[in-house]
Design a protein around this ligand. Structure first.
Ligand code: MSP
Length: 650
């Protein structure tokens, strides 16, 4: 059986968990779940990094001992993960005896092998980074990260002969091109190694300066430097050297980190492993940084995004979906609630949610909620099957390669394909014609595909996926699911099982300020309705008008030149129409729930051209596009043959 071992960085306990930590851990969780469904045996580790100067300082400023302090913050991380549906098998803390013992064993082993020596060292020490900088690395004499003046410290310390392993590491990277991925980070490491000698690594701190660390087994006056301590967690948790888990999972080790800790993971760690006689890990997977409105997240700016606040506002699965869909793995991404809301409404509420709801409600309307037995087939069924196979293949391939965004995009080809399939097969017409044979197949094809989509979504949105399956009458069991097999199997959904009547798994969401506006709008609409009701009693439902009244309307055919999303309202589109005037006119139309902007371009529509211009959510609207709302969506009014733009409707 193939195996998969995934780790996150062990997070420092000098700050509360934020979006960045949540992202890495969510990606690791999704990968862990994905590999499980690919039929592999998986193991998932996260934890906290609790030694070092920074922790001591943070504890002091909190009036606590380091141990008291780390216990509190480590618990914040440990308690957060179940709340985010993170499926880690273990949580390791560097203050645990099981970790300390392995760190000391490895230090002793490397020391005995002659790869650790005692030497005098003078260097520019940055307390923020907890590391020495060479003269060359400083920028105008300042730490390149913190822009503060480092302190010059000369002291005797222990050093790891990292330089000795430079050629071996370069050779290993060359022989295993995907050792560090994506490629840009591999290239970064290769050029760093090729640019010059690899220095030796100072791996101790004298106790006179720092006591909060793991004591060197061969010198009680020193503690271990944080990185030499922290990296070892990845093998300590598996029970190195003889643990069963170590033997099983270490050969399949995948580390997940962001670019900030590339060097320790890509250079310190493999050379440490080599010196300790441990095989290198399989892959180092490196992602970019989440920025908030294009700036770094920071407490002082006050733009730190808290994962649980996002969960509360939008739902956990929606937040998880956004994280994986929005960031191109390896590159930086900008986080904004506006982007999140846009994504959720477009992909989840509109595309997926509508499809699922329509399918369930048709099953109830036409078959009393029972999954029909497929019957008469048509060529469109084979076509949608092929679309499904391609979409699932693309999802699985991209996910394996960490291209999560493209994987989801690939799966959405099937979501969109199914929405089109409904339009093409027109189940409502089949029902009217009493063509039950064909209608049974159409509904079955839709439901079986919904099942396939739901199982593929489990790694990303575990809860929504399980609920979708439940609504399709299936109890979720990861042991029974095998994604590669899904490409070929058909018909796992059992006919005659009952499906849920509706599903509200992916509701539309509003930005906080939009929510307030929508509430106000709803209030005034209620008022209008009340007023209309009052009028109803006295007036005719639709009063008759004279021909002259009708003539007051300037109805024209126009051709849509451009269409875009309204920057501030999800349901509106900005449509530029050529209505025969000198300049095209902009119409703000409530069509976004039914049409993609590109679908409208080139189409002819009927426009009320002499409606008084007004602003809708800050955008000028010069007219109105006529459309008919149906049970299944929205139809545009359009001439049956092309006419010159500006032609009058009379
Ligand atoms: N303790 C070390 C890691 C030791 S691993 C042997 C450490 N801890 S940390 O708390 O600073 O975590 C850094 C990691 O948090 C990043 O590599 C990344 O996984 C995550 N992120 C923190 N901020 C982030 C963003 N703004 N964006 C994306 N991820 C980021 O370094």
């Amino acid at each position: 059986m193939q195996r998969f071992y995934i780790t996150t960085p062990i997070y420092y306990v000098n700050a509360k968990p934020h979006l960045g930590h949540a992202y890495t851990t969510t990606v690791a969780d999704s990968l862990n779940r994905f590999h499980k469904l690919m039929g592999e045996e998986t193991y998932f580790l996260t934890g906290t990094d609790e030694h070092g100067d920074k922790i001591v300082q943070a504890a002091e400023s909190n009036g606590q001992t380091p141990q008291e302090y780390v216990d509190v913050i480590s618990k914040l991380f440990r308690d957060l993960w179940p709340n985010m549906n993170i499926s880690n098998n273990d949580f390791i803390r560097t203050t645990e005896p099981r970790h300390k013992a392995v760190v000391q064993q490895i230090l002793q082993k490397v020391y005995d092998a002659g790869d650790i020596y005692f030497g005098e060292y003078g260097g520019h020490y940055c307390f923020g980074c907890e590391r020495f900088y060479t003269e060359k690395e400083l920028v105008d004499g300042l730490c390149p990260d913190h822009l503060t003046k480092p302190e010059y410290i000369a002291e005797k310390n222990y050093f790891f002969k990292m330089s000795k392993y430079r050629d071996w590491l370069l050779d290993h990277i060359n022989k295993h091109p995907d050792f560090i991925r994506p490629e840009r980070y591999r290239n970064e490491v290769v050029s760093l190694l090729e640019s010059g000698e690899l220095e030796d690594l100072c791996i101790s701190r004298p106790k006179s300066r720092l006591t909060w660390g793991i004591e060197l087994p061969f010198d009680a006056d020193y503690v271990t430097y944080v990185w030499f301590d922290a990296l070892i967690n990845y093998v300590a948790a598996l029970g190195w050297p003889d643990g069963e888990k170590f033997k099983k999972f270490w050969p399949a080790a995948n580390h997940m980190v962001a670019k900030d800790i590339l060097k320790p993971h890509a250079i310190f760690w493999p050379t440490m492993l080599k010196a300790a006689g441990i095989e290198p890990y399989q892959h180092l997977n490196v992602h970019g940084y989440w920025l908030v409105e294009d700036t770094k997240m920071s407490k002082s700016i006050g733009n730190v995004v808290e994962p649980l606040a996002m969960k509360d506002a939008y739902g956990l699965d929606a937040f998880r979906y956004f994280l994986l869909r929005e960031m191109s793995f390896g590159q930086d991404s900008s986080f904004s609630e506006k982007a999140l809301v846009g994504r959720l409404n477009a992909d989840l509420a509109n595309d997926l949610g509508n499809l699922f709801n329509r399918t369930l409600s048709m099953t109830h309307k036409y078959f009393g909620g029972k999954i029909p037995r497929p019957d008469v087939e048509d060529v469109v069924d084979a076509e949608i099957k092929k679309i499904g196979q391609d979409a699932m293949q693309s999802f699985q391939d991209f996910f394996t390669d960490l291209k999560f965004s493209r994987a989801l995009e690939g799966l959405w080809e099937l979501v969109r394909g199914l929405n089109k399939y409904i339009d093409e097969t027109a189940p409502w017409a089949l029902f009217k014609e009493k063509n039950t044979g064909r209608l049974s197949t159409v509904i079955y094809v839709l439901l079986e595909n919904m099942r396939k989509i739901a199982v593929h979504l489990w790694p990303v949105m575990p809860e929504a996926s399980e609920r979708m399956l439940e609504q399709l009458g299936i109890t979720f069991d990861p042991e029974k699911i095998n994604l590669p097999k899904e490409l070929d199997v058909w018909g796992l959904l059992e006919s005659d099982a009952m499906v849920a009547e509706t599903s509200n798994l992916f509701p539309r969401v509003d930005l906080p300020e939009e929510k307030a506006e929508t509430k106000a709008e709803a209030k005034s609409a209620k008022k209008d309705k009340k007023a209309a009701k009052k009028d109803d009693k006295t007036a005719e439902p639709v009063p008759e008008i004279d021909f002259e009244d009708f003539q007051k309307l300037d109805l024209r055919v126009g051709t849509v030149l451009e269409a875009d999303k309204h920057p501030e309202a999800d349901r509106l589109l900005l449509v530029k129409v050529d209505t025969g005037d000198k300049e095209p006119r902009q119409v703000v139309a409530g069509l976004a729930d039914y049409f993609q902007p590109d679908d409208l371009v080139g189409r002819q529509v009927v426009v009320v051209a002499n409606l008084k211009p007004r602003k809708l959510r800050k955008q000028l609207s010069q007219g109105m596009v006529l459309a008919v709302k149906t049970d299944n969506g929205m139809e545009l009014l359009t001439p049956t043959g092309a006419v010159p733009p500006g032609s009058k409707v009379s």
